[in-house]
Structure formats: C-alpha cells, structure tokens
Design a protein around this ligand. Structure first.
Ligand code: HEM
Length: 408
C-alpha cells in the first residue's frame, strides 16, 4: 500500500498526518490535490487539499477555529486559551488584533531588524565547528526566541528556559492529539508559564501603548481595548506563535534551498532575490501543514453539504502544491502571477507576524550567503519534527567547505 493509499483513505488519516514524523510527505502532498482535492475520511473529517477550497474555507464566516464543545460551553478552558484572537471571531477578534497591531509597526520592524542582524552575527560566531554543524541547534532554536523576547520587551537572559516553559502551550494550540492526562498536564504547565509572563506585562503594555502607528483611524477613534486577562493570554499567543513557527521555518526553507544546488548558487550570485525565493520555499514546505476548522452552521463546500459542527482539515502543504493554482508546483519560480501561498494562512486569522517572520528569514539567508556561500546539506534525511499541525526538522546538519574562521 502506498503512502497515499494509507493516509488518504485510512480511518485515522488526520491522526496520521498530525502525529507521524517519519515519512517524507512530498509525494503525498503532490498527489492529494490531484487525486483527492476534497474527500471525507472514514472518521468523518473533511480533508481539503484543493487550494481554491482551502482559501474559500479560510475566508468564510461559516467556519471557525473553535471546537463545537467550546461553543456549547462543554469544553473546560481553565487556561483561558479561547480568549486568544486565534479562537475569536468578528468584533472580538477585530478588537484584539487592533490592540496588538502597534507591536508590528514599520518603525519597530526596522529597529528589530538591526537587533536580529546583531544576534545572527553573535550566533554564527559561537558555532563551535563551522565546517559541520546543526543549524537547528545553533541558530533556529535561538534566534526567533531572542527576537520574540525583544518584540515583547522580555528580559533575554534565559531564553532556553522560556522555551522549555512554553512548550506545553504550543501543544495546546497545535491540534496535537492529547490524552486526558497529557492535556491536563499541558494546561497546568501553561498556566504556570502565564504566571511568569504576568511579571513581564507592564513592559509589554507600555510597548503596545507606545506603538507609533495606530492600527487604523477607526481603531484610534474607538480606542481598541482589552481586559487584562485577554491581554495576558494574547501575549502568550504572540510568544508561542512567534518563535515556534519561525524556528521550524528556518530549517524548512534552508533545507529546501540547499536541496536545489542551482537555486543556492543563484542566490549567492544574486542575494537580492532572497525575498522572493523565501516566499516560494515557504510555499513548497510550509511549517503549518494543516489548519483545522469547524463548520459553525450547515454550509456548502463545492457542492458538498457540510453539517454544523463537522471538522474540516485544510491540508495547507498540499494546497500549496495544487497544480490547478501553481504551475509546476514543486519548482521555485520567482515569476509566479497566480495564487498566494497559504503558508501564513488567509482571511481574518492570517498571520499578524508575517513581516517579522520574513525579516528574520531574510536576515538569516543573507548571513548564510555572506558567511558560508559553500554551505551544503550534509545528508538528505534529517529527522522531522511533527507537533500536531506544525512540521519541521529536529536537526539540520550542514557542511561548510572552506568556511572562514569564526574570527574572520
Ligand atoms: C515563519 C513564521 C510563521 C508562520 C509560518 C506563521 C503561520 C501562521 C498561520 C498559518 C496562521 C493562521 C492560523 C489560522 O488561521 O488558524 C498564523 C496566525 C498567527 N500568527 Fe503566525 N506565523 C509565523 C510567525 C509569526 C510571528 C513571528 C508572530 C508574532 C510575533 C505570529 C503570530 C501569529 C498570531 C497572533 C496569529 C493569529 C492571528 C489571528 O488569529 O488573527 N506568527 N500564523
């Protein structure tokens, strides 16, 4: 039985996709949009691989991030996760986004860019053996958390401890299947981390208030506000959404670039193309492989009748390779005129941190190109990491022939 047969029709297809970290998914994601653009697996989950349909669901008010048990109040939300903007809709969602928008102003992005470049210089200088190293351990696990701490004004002395303390919160929003005791433990640990973040709130709030560009004249007029509880839980969201995704994106984009030696050589020759190349690399290997939605009410999906409460799994990594939208989808092309990749989502929940994420990736590529133009993948098979809907690499071993000495 091929991987496609096993995953496309198996009863627990979604479970398989959320938990399996051993397989190379490329053949599956290439085939799904063509062979099964939308189908219902035996567990009743709608599996969507068509780009057009995935985008339609993301833009439709008929589908929400909240499970039906959250709507009926049957879900115990001790940690207050449902106050995250990710799980809110309409006015509540809009209000929370407006409150946090000043953190991402152009001026703040420009000042963070300088810090990111300095952090990268320090991280590259600390690599013990630049001739052979794990990019994930040396750079990807460090840079984004430093950046997110700077974004939120959090003391950056102990980033690895903050990462460890926040891992449970990532599990809670990742749609990773958790047993009841695992869920309870994750909630307890998340609440402990929120207690810690609470200590940083005065600094975060002053950064939000100091934002130099009101999100919009309308928001300024309405004076978008939030309760303290909403602010705290959304600072938690910024923290975990901000570093985990960027960390995994570093491995995914660098790996995809180096799998294509011709592409890497052209980047070294013409570094100005890095921004467009990164967009394409994120399309072919997005970190958020899957987005889950629930039908809020009975809805039609391409002529199919989806009942209120039913689950829809948007297979983003497959939709991003849908040949109906992207000609020669496996190729990195800078002249594409159709379709925006869904790597950062779409619709009202589209990523608020796009500019920050892209800036870090561009700075990382610029640093690699400048310092290690001969860098290569040491081996094709690096171990994957699958945490629910998030996918990346646990390790990414690179070699660097004729690298300059760290002091150079
Ligand atoms: C390469 C890195 C990143 C990727 C691939 C990524 C991807 C995504 C995706 C796919 C969504 C949509 C989720 C959904 O529709 O359910 C999203 C939403 C979000 N992202 Fe990102 N993200 C990245 C970086 C960041 C950063 C740096 C931040 C903040 C510092 C951030 C904060 C958020 C927040 C708060 C949301 C929820 C927005 C809302 O509900 O309105 N992300 N991201």
């Amino acid at each position: 039985m091929s991987t496609l047969d096993a995953s496309a029709t198996a009863r627990r297809a979604l479970f398989y996709l959320l938990t399996n970290d051993t397989d190379d998914r490329r053949p599956l994601y290439d085939a799904l949009p063509v062979e099964h653009p939308v189908y219902r697996d035996a567990s009743g989950t709608w599996m969507v691989s068509s780009y057009r349909l995935a985008k339609e669901v993301l833009n439709s008010p008929d589908f929400s991030n909240r499970t039906p048990s959250a709507e009926t109040g049957a879900l115990q939300d001790t940690a207050g996760i449902l106050d995250m903007m990710l799980f809110q809709s309409e006015d509540h969602h809009h209000r929370l986004r407006q409150v946090f928008a000043p953190l991402f102003s152009r001026t703040r992005m420009a000042s963070l860019r300088e810090l990111v470049q300095a952090d990268l210089a320090a991280l590259f200088a600390q690599i013990p053996d630049p001739a052979r190293f794990d990019l994930v351990a040396q750079v990807a696990q460090r840079l984004p958390v430093l950046t997110i701490c700077r974004l939120l004004g959090i003391d950056v002395t102990d980033t690895s401890r903050l990462v460890a303390a926040s891992l449970s919160a990532i599990r809670l929003i990742s749609f990773a299947p958790l047993r009841p005791h695992e869920h309870a433990q994750a909630v307890t640990q998340t609440m402990a981390f929120m207690g810690e973040l609470n200590g940083y709130m005065p600094g975060v709030l002053s950064l939000i208030r100091a934002g130099d560009t009101p999100a919009s004249p309308a928001a300024a007029q309405q004076g978008a506000t939030a309760t303290y509880r909403e602010l705290l839980v959304n600072v938690l969201l910024m923290f975990i959404a901000g570093y985990g995704t960027t960390m995994l994106s570093i491995g995914n984009t660098v790996s995809e670039a180096l799998r294509r030696p011709g592409l890497w050589r052209s980047l070294v020759a013409e570094p100005a193309s890095v921004s467009g190349v990164i967009r394409e690399l994120m399309r072919v290997e997005p970190v958020v492989h899957i987005l889950i939605r629930y039908a809020v009410r009975d809805a039609m999906l391409d002529g199919l009748s989806v009942k209120a409460g039913e689950r829809v799994a948007l297979l983003i990594a497959a939709a991003n390779r849908d040949p109906a939208e992207f000609e020669a989808p496996g190729e990195v092309r800078l002249d594409r005129t159709s379709g925006n990749s869904l790597a950062f989502g779409a619709g009202m929940h589209g990523c608020i941190g796009v500019a920050l994420a892209r800036m870090q990736l561009e700075a990382l590529f610029a640093a690699l190109i400048e310092r290690m133009p001969n860098v290569a993948l040491e081996r094709d098979a690096n171990p994957y990491l699958q945490e629910g809907c998030f996918r990346g690499y646990r390790e990414l071993w690179l070699t660097n022939a004729r690298s300059p000495s760290p002091a150079a």
